[in-house]
Design a binder for this molecule. Sequence first.
Ligand SMILES: Cc1cc2nc3c(=O)[nH]c(=O)nc-3n(C[C@H](O)[C@H](O)[C@H](O)COP(=O)(O)OP(=O)(O)OC[C@H]3O[C@@H](n4cnc5c(N)ncnc54)[C@H](O)[C@@H]3O)c2cc1C
Length: 416
Amino acid sequence: MRYSAFSLIKNALSGQRHWQPAWRDAVPRDLYDVVIVGGGGHGLAAAYYLAEQHGITSVAVLEKSWIGSGNAGRNTTIIRSNYMLPGNVAFYELSMKLWEGMEQALNYNTMVSQRGVLNLCHSDAQRDAYARRGNAMRLHGIDSELLDRDQVRAMAPFLNFDDARFPIQGGLLQRRGGTARHDAVVWGYARAADQRGVDIVQNCEVTGIRITAGKVQGVETSRGYIGARKVALVCAGNSSVVAAMAGLRLPIESHVLQAFVSEAVKPLIDTVITYGAGHFYISQSDKGGLVFGGDLDGYNSYASRGNLPTLEDVCEGGMSLMPMIGRIRLLRQWGGIMDMSMDGSPIIDHTPVEGLYLNAGWCYGGFKATPASGFCLAHLVAQDSPHPVATAYRLDRFATGHMIDEKGSGAQPNLH
Ligand SMILES: Cc1cc2nc3c(=O)[nH]c(=O)nc-3n(C[C@H](O)[C@H](O)[C@H](O)COP(=O)(O)OP(=O)(O)OC[C@H]3O[C@@H](n4cnc5c(N)ncnc54)[C@H](O)[C@@H]3O)c2cc1C
């Protein structure tokens, strides 16, 4: 069923009894052209684009839990394309363009809100680095503005400008950046993929990958064996575990990242702000809660919960940036498992096993990449060649030294 103002009114007048389920509860078939392991945003987006762009509809998305139960439903919803390095710039800008047309394409309200992303700077060196990044973005036709201290103050007067340990000197603003409702993105892609014939199979854990003579044959699952001509692993925090089923050892570590939301308050922050003197970032949800986060917990883990020292560190960042946040009560906190790659950039590539593809290594920033990641993975799987904007995301770059170290912190996954 198509969603529209008319369907809203019609259902409102008939007691809301005629809405149809947004996707079928599919029973897995014996064989598919493509099996996607992982029903997060990336897996569902890839399934949608396989069907929509390439006409491949014999596709199953296998999810061990419910769709969106992983990072897709746990992130802080920030979208942006303020990247600098070749290899990243065109990819993230494609993603931004897909965000901009997403609601029309999916016929779903994903609440894309281009409220701007403002990165604060607190030193001359940091301002120089932002000027360089902003110039690189503009050279690629991506919007960016370098703001001075007064312009930042006009935008966000509640920040601590007067007695901060690290005074705010300005900021880099991308007005087209902002937020999108993460659950809605999952549901929107699921519904649109289902409408095109994709089977979405929840509570179906992949427990093994069957390979014969170097070629993938299918997957063992908690619901039996499912044959597949091609298999794509799109498992975010569990990438290494699932790839190990095919005998692959990935250049990835899994870490916990926490997020936090406060009680709802009146409209206060109408943009996304990142602190430059510590790891803290904040926005306000449409319900009024302040949504914020910071660094990884700093040790390898597969637990979807975090520890208290990180909570303390994040709250200290918040207090130094906007001291009045200390009067707001914290409502909830949760963790997600991040697949941190060795250079902070993702992998969208073939594996050495014929017919087996990998989409992984999304680190802190994979939500904003969801549309382009799905788009490029679908292209790779359908055409057996990388999409032009994703050619740098090769698995062998860690062996050949062609790293894409956007943050400049070297092979330190805990720092990316
Ligand atoms: C706290 C937090 C805040 C974040 N904030 C942002 C942000 O503001 N902006 C941004 O761009 N990014 C952010 N991210 C990162 C972003 O959420 C992830 O990079 C992105 O969601 C990963 O892709 P995904 O949506 O496909 O992952 P997931 O939703 O994790 O999907 C992977 C799926 O694979 C499934 N799976 C795993 N193993 C198996 C198996 N054996 N069989 C079947 N299924 C399996 C999992 O259950 C899961 O549902 C944040 C992450 C966290 C944790």
